[in-house]
Design a protein around this ligand. Sequence first.
Ligand SMILES: Cc1cc2nc3c(=O)[nH]c(=O)nc-3n(C[C@H](O)[C@H](O)[C@H](O)COP(=O)(O)OP(=O)(O)OC[C@H]3O[C@@H](n4cnc5c(N)ncnc54)[C@H](O)[C@@H]3O)c2cc1C
Length: 326
Amino acid sequence: MKELIYVLVDHNGENINPTSLETLVLGQELAEKTGRRLHALLLGCNVRNLAEQLAGYEVDSVIYTDNALLEDYTFESQCEALSQILKTETPALLLMAHSYQNIDMAPRLSARLGKALVTDCVDFKLSEGELVFVRKMFRAKLYADVRVRSEPPWLVTLQAGSRFADALVKGSAKVIDRQVDLSSVEIKRVTGETVDFAKDRVDLSQAETIVAVGRGIKKQENMDLIRDLADVVNAEIGASRPVVDNDWLSRDRQIGSSGQTVSPRLYLAIGISGAIQHVVGMKSSQCIVAINSDRNAPIFNVATYGILGDLQEIVPALTKKLREIL
Ligand SMILES: Cc1cc2nc3c(=O)[nH]c(=O)nc-3n(C[C@H](O)[C@H](O)[C@H](O)COP(=O)(O)OP(=O)(O)OC[C@H]3O[C@@H](n4cnc5c(N)ncnc54)[C@H](O)[C@@H]3O)c2cc1C
């Protein structure tokens, strides 16, 4: 197997996509565990400054390609640029964020190169020296271990929230300008206006702390208890489905199989029973604190810390204490 790991870093011309930084964390872990060399790869136009930002992380080099045809995303230009780079450098792996753009591009690249593509991974394992990728199946009821049998490079996309971007190890890397020839590219699909539908939505996937509330809150008037606590710990508010169905919070705050998937550092589950449809959306949180009056509530099975009792007493006391110490 070839020794190089490439991480394709997405950006909007000004900022690096946070999920790409999470993917770089996975790249650093893989490089450390397998002894392979790690390179960040940036495609765009006038992206040297972004390449220099990336050079502040522990990677062997940052390879960037400046080309006017890469200014706006088109799968034709991206596929051609990546094909040329991967055919010459032949890394073992090309890691990518599981972004909308890469979901569009990666299958085409895989078909063009005739190389394996493993999508939406959340982790990796080394099993008897063999690299195995882990991905969720059936709404996270199962975790599948995926072994790839084809020749490298393997193309792999990583689910948002699978790593924490602030775990990136700092370093000092060289920046390499890598030209590609895109003169033969014929662009058949042009992106018109880009509309940010998520602009007014709450993006819980990037939240560091979430205070999530369930049916145990009983009525809308009690929601102030949750808002006060969230305010003190500087958290986003999330909810189980009944809270949203009751219109106590907006639909974009629902967490679970038909809501958002989150993985904050701290998840407070208040008056939430822990039904599987909720748990699949929050179980990869780093620390889960559950407050529930039923000692048999399934949420305690996934909780790091459990507080047994009436939320009407516990939440105000917790808020008061935290206000004193924070
Ligand atoms: C197709 C499908 C998709 C679904 N998608 C989702 C989804 O995306 N997200 C989701 O959340 N659900 C989803 N559900 C619903 C899910 O099955 C559960 O019904 C839901 O998660 C339960 O929400 P809950 O825990 O708030 O309520 P309950 O299950 O009613 O639990 C309330 C909890 O509050 C506790 N409690 C009550 N009073 C107090 C008190 N005073 N102090 C402390 N604790 C108290 C109780 O002990 C109980 O554990 C879905 C269901 C289906 C069929």
